[in-house]
Design a protein. Structure first.
Length: 92
């Protein structure tokens, strides 16, 4: 059982931009994920056309699925897809 709070922060695009096309820029997002700090799990929520709706990030927990669940609960409503990145090896 988790005994602490998972803080989920997010960035929302305010204008149309070519960087909002997650399908075309997926590697750019992956390479820039450390901008939010180390040991973060980052989730890009998109619409059906692959356009970014929300970019959420949170500190990765020992059980990374808990962090993903927190991001999904907070910002996943209405998204057609979610792309997840983690800057460290995730234990299986």
């Amino acid at each position: 059982m988790l005994n602490s709070i998972i803080v989920v922060e997010a960035v929302v695009p305010v204008a149309a931009d070519e960087l909002n096309d997650v399908r075309a820029k997926v590697w750019s997002y992956a390479m820039d994920q450390r901008a939010f700090g180390p040991r973060k799990l980052m989730v890009a929520f998109t619409d059906a056309d692959g356009q970014l709706r929300v970019l959420a990030h949170a500190k990765r927990t020992k059980q990374p699925l808990l962090t993903l669940e927190a991001c999904l609960d907070m910002h996943g409503g209405g998204a057609a897809a979610a792309v997840v990145w983690c800057d460290e090896r995730v234990p299986t």
